[in-house]
Structures are given as C-alpha cells and as structure tokens.
Design a protein around this ligand. Structure first.
Ligand code: GTP
Ligand code: MG
Length: 197
C-alpha cells in the first residue's frame, strides 16, 4: 500500500471524544520507549508526525492520525513505566483498557516488543489480556537495527516459544526497525489486506 497522506487528527483522554468509529483503525501499544511513535512515523514516512523522545512516557493520550483519508493509526501511551506516579499509571491503564474494549472500529492492535530483550512479564500479561478478551492483535518486534540479524531472530524465536507455552495459535509477527525501515512493506501490506476484508 502507498501512503498518499498522513495527518494528525486529535488527542483525547476519553474514548467517547475520539473520531466517529466509521473508518478502520489500528492501534500501537507496548512498553514505554519501545518505539511506538517512531514506528508510526516510519510507516507513514513522516518524521515528526507522532512525537518521539529518548525519555520514556512521551505519549500520554490517545492520538489519532488519518491515513489516505480512509483509515486511522492510533498512537497510545506506553505501559509498564515505573517512573510515572501510581495515579498516572492507573489512569493510563484505565484509559487504554477502556479504549481497547470500546473502540468498535479497532481492526487490530500492534503490540510492540523490544527485539533486544527476552520475554517480559508485563508484555506477556498484556498479550494474555488481549487474547482472553478476543481483541485481534499482532506483534511487532522493534529496534532490530540495534543488534545482528541472527540475534534478533534468536530473541524472536525464544519469544514465540514462550507464547506457545500458553497459546495454541500464535499471533502473526513482524520484525521492524524505524531506523532502517525494516518491516514497513509487510505491515502496510497487512493493513491493506485487513482494510479490504
Ligand atoms: P512512549 O511514548 O514514551 O511510550 O515511547 P514510544 O514507544 O512511543 O517510543 P519512541 O517512538 O518515542 O522511541 C523511544 C526511543 O527509541 C527514541 O529515542 C527513538 O529514537 C528510539 N527508537 C525507536 N525506534 C527505534 C528503532 O527502530 N531503532 C533505533 N535504533 N532506535 C529507535
Ligand atoms: Mg510514544
């Protein structure tokens, strides 16, 4: 799929205030600093469309971007960031859970996982929640440029094996690098396919 246009639409803390759920939507979620906003910029070829930062906790609201005037990308705050107050973490948690359960046009959630690390409890718990709630999701392993390809493949294989301990059917996964644009074609093709369904 070609990206003809990518525009920031709005930021919200409440699902009710999000754009009317009339277009297909894809949300990006994962631990703080995993690279959600960077991946959105890479996919849309727009540096600076979604705000990024080397400090975790940058994205704090539900951010809608409209792509080709026909579908939405959504940048969400990260989970599992210890340095924000317990209050803020609980507020984000509620906001994200509410969004995931209520957003009727949500076609698929991209759960981002840092390809450098082994499986973390917080990610496995989040994936477990999505699975039990029947929310469609795929995985995107990020920052693949930070290590050798064989190391990335080893980490991804370990991760998928870990998931196989609890799940009969494994989610689809993508290996990505926002720096090197790895995975861009695959993800856009996947979204195009789902949009056509
Ligand atoms: P929060 O909004 O705070 O939850 O973070 P986020 O998940 O949106 O991460 P963000 O895109 O802001 O990126 C965090 C840091 O990781 C930034 O310094 C990015 O430049 C860096 N980064 C993101 N993706 C990649 C990547 O693929 N490769 C490399 N080398 N760095 C990356
Ligand atoms: Mg962000």
């Amino acid at each position: 799929m070609n990206i003809q246009s990518a525009k920031f639409l709005m930021s919200n803390s409440r699902v009710e205030a999000c754009p009317a759920p009339t277009l297909p939507e894809y949300a990006f979620i994962g631990r703080s600093n995993v690279g959600k906003s960077s991946l959105i910029n890479m996919l849309t070829n727009h540096k600076g469309l979604a705000k990024t930062s080397s400090l975790p906790g940058k994205t704090q609201l539900i951010n809608h971007f409209i792509i080709n005037d026909t579908w939405y990308l959504v940048d969400l705050p990260g989970y599992g960031y210890a340095r924000v107050s317990k209050d803020s973490r609980e507020k984000w948690g509620r906001m994200i859970n509410f969004y995931l359960r209520r957003r009727e046009n949500l076609m698929c959630v991209f759960v981002l996982i840092d390809s450098r690390h082994s499986a973390q409890a917080v990610d496995l718990e989040f994936i477990e929640q999505l699975g039990t709630q029947g929310i469609p999701f795929v995985l995107a392993f990020t920052k693949a440029d930070k290590q050798s390809g064989s190391r990335t493949h080893q980490n991804v294989t370990d991760y998928m094996q870990k998931l196989a301990e609890s799940w009969d059917e494994l989610p689809r996964h993508f290996i990505t690098s926002a720096e090197e644009k790895t995975g861009r074609e695959e993800i856009l093709e996947f979204i195009g396919e789902v949009n056509r369904q």
